[in-house]
Write a protein that binds this ligand. Sequence first.
Ligand SMILES: Cc1cc2nc3c(=O)[nH]c(=O)nc-3n(C[C@H](O)[C@H](O)[C@H](O)COP(=O)(O)OP(=O)(O)OC[C@H]3O[C@@H](n4cnc5c(N)ncnc54)[C@H](O)[C@@H]3O)c2cc1C
Length: 387
Amino acid sequence: MSHVFKTQEQKLAVDGLRRFLDAEIEPVVKEYRDQFIPKEKMQEIMRQLVQYGLVGGVISEKNGGLGGNGDDWLTGMMLFEELAYTSIDLSTVTLINTFGAVLLESVAPAHLRDRYLPGLLSGETFISMGISEPDVGSNVMEIKTRARRDGDDYIINGEKTWISNGMYSDFLICTCRTSDDPKKGLTHFLLDRKEHPYEVRNIHKIAMNSQSTSQIFLSDVRVPASNIIGGEGDGLKNTLRLFERSRVYVAGQGLGIARRSLEESVRYAQERRQHGKVIAGHQLIASMLADMATKVDASRLLIHRAAQMIDAGVPAEMEAAMAKYYAAEAAVEICRQGVQIHGANGVTTEFLVEKLAREAIIVPIPEGTSQIQQLIIARALTGVGAF
Ligand SMILES: Cc1cc2nc3c(=O)[nH]c(=O)nc-3n(C[C@H](O)[C@H](O)[C@H](O)COP(=O)(O)OP(=O)(O)OC[C@H]3O[C@@H](n4cnc5c(N)ncnc54)[C@H](O)[C@@H]3O)c2cc1C
């Protein structure tokens, strides 16, 4: 049901990944439904996924990736949709490792890039990106975690929360306040979990518990100034640049689970009989399926437009926000309709649509809530910020 024009190369890549996910990963996802996947198992999975172009597909060959010049976000999105279709949990781990790799490639000093990028590309290591804090969500500029200069080092104190990959993380890119300058006050530090220990606690959620979302506590963590990524004071600029791309990926998560809910619902509607015929033959069910399918395709078109603009080097802040806003909200509606089409079966754990509906509720929150995306779109239209 993936109606886009793919090149022969893209088709081969997507079909190969689809076959692998169906045969090898689907059973693992079923086995760990709502259960935490241990790190060793997650490593085993990631080692396999990276061979299909995930993570490395958007990293240039000269830095060990598979992506030519590292500018094939469209193919990256096609692959990512397939992964999210199979598991939003695995797609989250992949998303964070991908954007950690992108940050390392684009702005890290060579000694950090050469040391930490290869593990992400081979699926051996995991990264976390620590921006959010208990009192800092939508407004990144208010970050409180402090990095205080001490000779050649910085001492970091603070608390991060909702941090994906936290329990798995071998290293953390931590966004810290190094000054009170509103635009140049934030800096990225790389903290190696062994060398600059931070404490991690897992957070249980409504869904997506097969991977880790965590609190991270930083208490007098001493880290050398050479572990700054992207220059002191560049944290906000580099975070916003990354958001343009990562938002399109989160939109892809919404698309993946929405497409799954649609396909599960089509199958169910073709089999379930009421009032003497299959429910697909009832016009109100047909209406829901048509609605779901149209929204799935609209999500994909917005996502692919944003990815193509990024590939072309054209600013895509508004288009990325539109993709995230639309695909996330559409996923909530589509996955709810998926449950409705399944009737009472839809709220049992015997059927996948129940899990998809719980997952969908999460998608409008990370990487900028739907409200924040609306504000970004409106600002692009009017030139007036309404934050
Ligand atoms: C599964 C998951 C994974 C995550 N992974 C990470 C991660 O790896 N790293 C990381 O740093 N963070 C991560 N986050 C955190 C995520 O980025 C934040 O949750 C998000 O930015 C929203 O912040 P908040 O939850 O504090 O909500 P708040 O900012 O407190 O917002 C609460 C409500 O107010 C609305 N709101 C806020 N400001 C405005 C405004 N100006 N106008 C109108 N409405 C407004 C919001 O839309 C929302 O509805 C993750 C979150 C989730 C759920």
